[in-house]
Design a protein around this ligand. Sequence first.
Ligand SMILES: Cc1cc2nc3c(=O)[nH]c(=O)nc-3n(C[C@H](O)[C@H](O)[C@H](O)COP(=O)(O)OP(=O)(O)OC[C@H]3O[C@@H](n4cnc5c(N)ncnc54)[C@H](O)[C@@H]3O)c2cc1C
Length: 344
Amino acid sequence: MASHDPEYWVIGAGLAGALAVHRLRLAGKEVAWFDRNISQTATRTGAGIMNPITGRKFVFSWEFDGFHQEALQVYSQLESKEQPILHRLSILKGLSTPGDVNNWCMRVGSEPYSRFIQEPRPGSDFPVLQNCLAMGEISPVYRVDMQAVVDQVIERWGPPDTGEMTAVGHLKTPVGERDIPDRGKLILATGSPVEAIVGLQLPLSPYQGQALIIRTRDLPTDRIIHHKLKVVPYGDDLFWVGTFDQWEGLTESPTEQGRLRLEEELARNFSIRYTVVDQVSGIRPASRTRRPFTGSLPGHPNTYVINGLGTKGASLAPLVVRNLCDHLLHGREIWKELNLPPMT
Ligand SMILES: Cc1cc2nc3c(=O)[nH]c(=O)nc-3n(C[C@H](O)[C@H](O)[C@H](O)COP(=O)(O)OP(=O)(O)OC[C@H]3O[C@@H](n4cnc5c(N)ncnc54)[C@H](O)[C@@H]3O)c2cc1C
């Protein structure tokens, strides 16, 4: 490696790549950073909700406290008055069936649930919702503006260069093709396209999610409503409404079918007047185990991946990135739960 080449090369300017660049630069390392620069990324599309209680049975998220604490610390250090990252809200969860109400009530009063939920209220308290027996509230909940995290890292350390990694260590840039020096440490934070780059099957099961951005004055601005769809306040009477999910025929772009299905669901479950301002789409880098993973890539010395952030990137990314960076900078072992699982 020539003396002017940086030691670290980070590919991907989504949430994972940006946080890796931030951590390495804070440690005084020189970092080359590249992204292929497309607009429809998971980080730009996702609502960024950090929800402690998820799923149909309302279970406490895996290792929530540890991930959440690290996330709050990292995001609060990065945000500024001009560019807030953390938005403190609550989630109103629609309970549509007696079974839902029963599952919810079973959680009330027991740890750790009692830190976040109480007895449900009757659905009739929320006339804006259709087909809703009762409403449970989860509080406090944070929404993370994930793209603002990337923007703040760019503000502090400069933007990524344009470049697409076509194979491990090989970059296509607007000024030609180049290889990353062998001794450079390469971090692949490319989200779902990682398998095409490394030419290996990783334990990934990516899926596409689409959402609408609507404008309405008929919804509360301090609460997320989760009733079939998630409706998330974005400020200025704007709301993110999602999602329409697809596991087959993935494209990065929004589709007409996605828009129609989201509008149908909105009409079925919410009685509000609204206009559609935008439609967004992204592919979630979900893993088959639903756990994130990081570590060195077998057969490729000095190449590392951060992936599998799935539906919970906002909560998971800061601690996963810290694990990899502590390993690279200080030789600490990666937490075994996050270790890149064996290839299939
Ligand atoms: C509809 C939807 C809703 C979501 N809602 C939430 C939510 O409420 N809460 C939550 O926590 N998470 C949510 N997520 C998930 C969250 O967005 C992701 O977990 C997170 O953004 C993943 O970040 P990432 O950096 O791994 O990937 P990405 O955001 O996909 O970033 C990867 C980057 O790598 C670049 N790249 C890819 N390939 C190459 C290449 N070959 N060469 C160079 N650059 C490349 C891309 O351009 C991109 O900028 C949602 C996702 C979607 C799609």
